[in-house]
Design a protein around this ligand. Structure first.
Ligand code: 13P
Ligand code: SF4
Length: 301
């Protein structure tokens, strides 16, 4: 039997749903029940009625699914699927930063560990970061963790007093304004869409036509009539874009923008995960209880 068929059969047998992020390998996306960005997948996890959630993504996404669904089994098919950005801050560092800014509200990007979320007042994803920060009472300063570029983008959009943690994503931070200028010159007239984690998204905003979450980029791709679009994010997203809109040429700003964490999981890992019910994600109850409130509010925003 083919791996994809085996996975479909195991999913039914285990009463499992398979969620996959937009950066996953094409063959993993193709066998998933739902493919999307962090917010969409958190919502799908929250609403799932299956006993088991298999998360083809990275650890913080699987932890989020577990916190929102403590009674269900959540599996991450490869334990090495972490996130360089989530590693940029620890809960202890958040606690220390808070003592330097008493009264400030901590807004944690979803790309953080469960322990960091448990220290936060708000949690956001790339698709609702501006809306979440606008919910913070106007007289409170904001401590935004851990992504410098997303935080800077939100600061420009909201005009709020936001302190930025100096973390970044190793894949997106290297997509710089110089690369963007080169692509503009080489592909005149092609719109540029960028993820807000990009080094170019915050610094040269006027150069970028749209700053979007990965699902926002997929929707843009579906709707555009432009002959060519420059895509500034991880290249795994091109699979969906090209399938949804074969008439447009989707050109990556950097064909080497590949997230090694997102590529850890392959079809054999998904099959083994379902067959052997591994690797189970558990979040200690006190941490989960503290993080659940900010996550519930995030998925409602
Ligand atoms: P999205 O929520 O936009 O999919 O972003 C997740 C991520 O890890 C981007 O690097
Ligand atoms: Fe983390 Fe960057 Fe990979 Fe997204 S692309 S999962 S932020 S390392």
């Amino acid at each position: 039997m083919e791996l994809a068929e085996e996975i479909r059969a195991l999913k039914e047998g285990r009463d499992a749903v398979l969620l996959a992020h937009n950066y996953q390998r094409p063959e993993v996306q193709d066998v998933a029940d739902y493919v999307g960005d962090s917010l969409y997948l958190a919502r799908r996890a929250r609403e799932s009625e299956r006993s088991v959630i298999v998360f083809a993504g990275v650890r913080f996404m699987a932890e989020t699914a577990k916190i929102l669904n403590p009674e269900r089994t959540v599996l991450l098919p490869d334990p090495k699927a972490g996130c360089g950005l989530a590693d940029a801050i620890t809960a202890e560092q958040v606690r220390a930063w808070k003592t330097q800014h008493p009264g400030a509200a901590v807004v944690a990007y979803i790309n953080t560990s469960a322990e960091v979320k448990a220290e936060a007042d708000y949690c956001c994803t790339s698709s609702n970061a501006v809306k979440v920060v606008e919910q913070v009472p106007a007289d409170r300063e904001v401590l935004f963790v851990p992504d410098l570029f997303l935080g800077d983008y939100v600061r420009r959009r909201t005009g709020r007093r936001i302190h930025l943690w100096a973390g970044d994503c190793p894949v997106h931070a290297k997509l710089r304004p110089e690369e963007l200028a080169g692509a503009r010159a080489a592909h005149p007239g092609a719109p540029v869409i960028a993820h807000p984690e990009c080094g170019c998204a915050s610094q040269v905003l006027p150069e970028v036509d749209r700053v979007l979450s990965t699902d926002g980029m997929v929707r843009f791709a579906e709707e555009t009539r432009a002959p060519e679009v420059i895509v500034a994010t991880e290249v795994g997203i091109l699979h969906r874009m090209r399938r949804l809109n074969p008439a447009t040429r989707f050109t990556p700003l950097d064909a080497g923008a590949i997230c090694p964490y997102m590529k850890e999981i392959d079809l054999a890992d998904v099959r083994d995960s379902l067959a052997e019910m591994r690797y189970r994600i558990d979040v200690p109850a006190p941490t989960a209880a503290k993080a659940r409130g900010v996550l519930e509010r995030m998925i409602a925003t």
